[in-house]
Design a protein around this ligand. Structure first.
Ligand code: ADP
Ligand code: GLC
Length: 490
């Protein structure tokens, strides 16, 4: 069963998939990376919960039942095979995948995602009626992270597992009481296991029991081995550094292509950058901003949370509009940040606009219509918006952290250098952030320099190719058993 001749068989378990179910970058990744990995020669199939949006979009053929849930088989429009786990009491409900419409976590999340993880482990751990048994189970984030523990304790299987961390800040923490319902042996509730300061940590289970771990950029892979970026799991991650891989995300370069984007006002490429101005004008009109073609227009599309440094953005807001500058902000998240960003826009009507909500079309128009993209994230495992913005000729100003370091080349004109595609700042403070904004505006005022910067970003390769090749090689090496020596004892 473990032979590696032919294409490796991989089950890719995830709980979001763009365009149907997306709360952030995970959805984008799951919507595109599997296709690229398959193109790199892997027999990969995706396992998803059958949320209403997915059930309606892609009808499956029933194949098996598991703990009362139905597994059906279907394909994405891209041709990627999908297994859908239908458990109507758990996944067929209005609201988001993890929260209700009011932003409260579903109270039965432990039950929902432990069932999902058990199903993933079952498919990889036994000969099932599916007629296809993966050699490797690839898990994504805490929602799937119990699966490596189930593989180990329930199946004693020879399938290997890879745990990918998209954001260590989300760990799937539940009370000690939740442990009873997880169907794991008491021995698993231990420091050397899934216990975390008196609670159950789904993510820790994955980090502990998986054969290998990956995260979404090389810099973040280093950062999470130390406090504070390790969020309490830095010791475990440092101990497992031999099997911890930083594989940089890519983006969907077909969906995010300014030359072919139906969601923007006027398509353009790097030889027609003047056309970009029509998108700026459309964005200004749509948001009720002054239609000044010369004032730098700053854009942000973000979850409104502490991670994303929205408070830093508000701290420099007054100075930004008095440059003069304009601000277009799209986001949703913490209520206090939603209120504060709305109040800021209200105060600076004509110069600043805030749209609260999740709006794919406006996200594309901001990437195309803004001059400069702002990303003051305190930490950023990878980040996708800075790649979208570079591809749209909208250089980012970003905090030098995580994947932002790995995807943005800081522009430094000293010595006549012409490389660089954005502006990085070292400290997550208003002063450091604003000095990078000033550097960006100085470059923006010099048309020749600015065109060079735009082109540098537009020419960068952000496709999934390198990531897909890296994943395929890692899968092969894990299946071959080359990376299994570090597995912790049971
Ligand atoms: P994260 O996953 O941490 O939120 P990423 O930069 O990896 O950050 O991915 C965020 C994704 O979600 C991007 O595709 C971005 O355009 C999208 N996004 C975030 N907020 C919104 C919003 N309010 N409306 C539309 N798209 C959004
Ligand atoms: C997470 C991270 C983000 C990353 C995304 C996709 O949501 O916060 O930085 O780009 O996952 O991997």
């Amino acid at each position: 069963m473990t032979g590696t001749s032919g294409a490796p068989r991989v089950l890719y378990a995830a709980t979001e998939c763009a365009p149907w179910v997306k709360t952030g970058g995970l959805g984008d990744v799951v919507g595109t990376l599997p296709e690229a990995i398959r193109a790199a020669g892997v027999d990969l199939r995706v396992l998803l919960p059958a949320y209403p949006a997915l059930r309606v979009a892609i009808r499956g053929r029933r194949l098996a039942t598991f703990e009362g849930a139905v597994l059906s088989e279907t394909t994405l429009p891209s041709g990627v095979p999908v297994l859908l786990l239908e458990a109507s009491a758990l996944f067929d409900r209005d609201g988001g995948p993890y929260q209700d419409r009011q932003g409260r976590d579903w109270p039965d999340n432990a039950e929902r995602f432990s069932l999902f993880a058990r199903a993933a482990a079952w498919i990889a751990g036994e000969e099932t009626s599916l007629g296809w048994r993966p050699q490797l189970l690839h898990c994504n984030d805490w929602q799937t992270a119990l699966a490596p523990a189930y593989l180990r304790f329930m199946h004693g299987s020879d399938a290997v597992s890879l745990m990918t961390v998209h954001n260590l800040a989300f760990q799937g923490l539940f009370s000690r009481d939740a442990f009873q319902s997880l169907q794991l042996p008491e021995a698993a509730y231990a420091i050397e296991g899934i216990e975390f300061y008196g609670k159950v940590s789904f993510l820790k289970a994955g980090l502990y029991y998986a054969d290998a771990i990956s995260t979404v950029s090389p810099t973040y892979a280093r950062e999470i081995q130390r406090a504070p970026m390790g969020f309490g799991l830095e010791g475990l991650l440092a101990k497992r550094h031999d099997v911890l891989h930083g594989i940089l995300n890519g983006i969907d370069v077909r969906l995010w292509d300014p030359a072919r984007d139906p969601l923007i006002a006027a398509p353009y490429d790097c030889d027609q950058l003047e056309t970009k101005a029509r998108n700026k004008r459309a964005l200004q009109e749509f948001l009720g901003l002054y239609p000044d073609p010369h004032v730098p227009l700053f854009g942000t599309v973000s979850r409104l949370t502490h991670q994303k440094g929205i408070d830093l953005l508000l701290s420099v807001g007054e100075r930004l509009v008095s440059l003069p500058g304009e601000l277009a902000l799209l986001g949703q998240g913490d209520k206090d940040l939603e209120e504060a960003t709305l109040a800021f826009a209200q105060k600076h009507r004509g110069s600043a606009a805030t749209i609260i909500g999740f709006d794919e079309g406006l996200a594309h128009l901001i990437e195309a219509g803004a001059d400069i993209f702002l990303m003051p994230s305190r930490f950023e495992p990878c980040g996708l918006n800075q790649m979208y913005s570079q591809r749209y000729g909208t250089p980012p100003v970003a905090h030098a952290t995580g994947g932002l370091i790995d995807t943005i080349a800081d522009f430094d004109p000293r010595g006549g250098r012409t490389d660089g595609s954005g502006f990085m700042f070292a400290e997550p403070t208003p002063a450091s952030f604003f000095s990078a904004i000033e550097r960006a505006v100085a470059a923006y005022r010099d048309t020749v320099t600015w065109r060079q910067l735009q082109k540098n970003g537009m020419h960068a390769d952000f496709s999934w190719d390198a990531s897909a090749r890296h994943h395929a090689a890692l899968y092969r090496s894990l299946i071959d058993g080359r990376e299994r020596s570090q597995q912790p004892p049971t």
